[in-house]
Ligand binder design. Structure first.
Ligand SMILES: [Zn+2]
Length: 433
């Protein structure tokens, strides 16, 4: 790709605003991108002088944000979004697992993977921790589609050997073989990373959790991703299945699955001890507020996680969630915190951090993306309303970039995402899609 000087109104959060960092905003900014990497950021006029011959791209009239990061999203559930009115275990059995079983057909899986990757990119998501398929062929299809479209995918085959539909179960032996083959083929290839992911300990026997441990030991750079503490009935079942465990977290800890490479979705009903242990381990939690509300799972204790210094990012949890937009997810997090007992009232800087750098940290990509620091990849989203859209009215009349940002959280959908870049490559353009 050609070296470029971008001109835009830029916002990012290179320092965590929950820990004293603040929003960095430059209204007439320049960003110099060479070979996909950011080499300079500052006022446009100064950079124009420093780089007089560089081709420039004018992105004024909107906001340029770091690429959005979805820390928990299920690729096989593209076609079953919007089943409302159920609780978790019914929602799985009646709505979701029958669809996941259809991905045993690789050509069906390819269609789903294609729609999934396209949906993420058009919403401005540039990196995602993707809960994969139970079938190795379908999992390969997701990695292949991600590579073809340039998405940063961290994902893995979903492992289970009990209590789901029998066609979704693997044996520990086949799970180990499939996992090794997928890691060999995709981990660290292009923008893909592998994550070991039992669906949840409810559906994974001790032998299957040992397989997860084995895969994590064999591949020290692999990530770990699963669910925890989402629903009270789920937690009660896990207690019955693991009588030796004092709580849900210990069912993973016993197999050395909780550490700095671990990302756990939900964690709504966590004990103080679990929060302390997650913090000590350096693990991250994916907060999925649209899903939590739609499935009626509960309020997320954001304040408790922050007090215990547990890292938190945002996940859409499609198809339990209600949309692919990470900006919308941040708005839902904000709204539920306004209502939750002991909720934390967030500002736009904190919402932007949760949508970008916090996700990159949870995926182990903080050295690569998440903000516009020099040396990182140019992963970016240009939020620019279409003519006549309500967001355009706010953008034209706002008195600050901060005000425009909070309006983007309130009003921006995929129609507001004009262009998306990953490592300098344009991976989505509204005008040509
Ligand atoms: Zn999930």
């Amino acid at each position: 790709m050609p070296d470029t000087l971008y001109r835009a109104s830029l916002l990012h959060t290179p320092q965590n605003p929950f820990k004293g960092g603040s929003l960095e905003a430059i209204s007439d900014a320049g960003i110099v991108v060479q070979s996909g990497k950011i080499v300079a950021v500052g006022d446009f006029s100064s950079l124009r002088t420093l780089y007089p011959n560089l081709e420039s791209t004018d992105l004024r009239g909107g906001l340029l944000l770091p690429g959005l990061v979805d820390a928990h999203v299920h690729y096989p559930q593209v076609r079953v979004i919007g089943a409302l009115g159920m609780t978790l275990l019914d929602w799985l059995e009646l709505n979701t697992l029958p669809e996941e079983a259809r991905l045993s057909d690789v050509s069906y899986a390819r269609g789903v993977a294609s729609a999934f990757v396209r949906a993420l990119l058009m919403h401005g998501t540039t990196s995602a921790m993707v809960f994969g398929a139970h079938f190795a062929g379908a999992q390969a299809a997701l990695f292949e589609e991600g590579a073809a479209r340039g998405l940063r995918v961290v994902s893995g085959q979903v492992l289970s050997d009990r209590l789901l539909r029998p066609e979704l179960h693997q044996t520990p032996t086949s799970a180990l073989e499939d996992g090794r083959a997928l890691i060999q083929r995709f981990h660290g290839v292009g923008r893909a990373q592998y994550a070991v992911m039992p669906r949840f300990s409810l559906s994974a026997s001790e032998a299957m959790l040992e397989v997860c441990q084995q895969l994590m030991t064999e591949t020290p750079t692999a990530r770990f991703h699963t669910h925890i503490n989402e629903n009270v009935d789920e937690i009660a079942t896990v207690r019955r299945l693991f009588p030796w465990a004092r709580d849900y977290l210990e069912t993973y800890e016993r197999y050395d699955l909780i550490g700095s490479r671990s990302l756990l979705a939900h964690n709504l009903h966590a004990s103080t001890s679990e929060l302390e242990r997650l913090s000590a381990a350096g693990s991250s939690v994916a907060h999925c507020p649209c899903s939590n509300a739609a499935i009626g799972s509960g309020f997320f204790g954001l304040g408790r996680h922050l007090q215990h210094n547990v890292r938190v990012a945002l996940g859409t949890d499609i198809g339990g969630g209600t949309g692919y937009g990470v900006l919308k997810e941040a708005l839902q997090a904000y709204s539920l915190q306004r209502l939750a007992p002991d909720g934390v009232t967030m500002n736009a800087a904190q919402m932007l951090y949760l949508s970008t750098l916090a996700g990159a940290e949870a995926l182990g990509l903080e050295g690569t993306c998440g903000d516009f620091t020099v040396g990182k990849s140019f992963d970016a989203v240009w939020v620019k309303p279409r003519k006549g859209d309500p967001l355009e009215q706010v953008f034209q009349h706002a008195d600050s970039l901060q005000r425009m940002l909070s309006a983007a959280f309130a009003l921006a959908g995929s129609e507001s995402i004009a262009q998306v870049w990953i490592e300098g490559d344009c991976v989505h353009s509204r005008e040509t899609t």
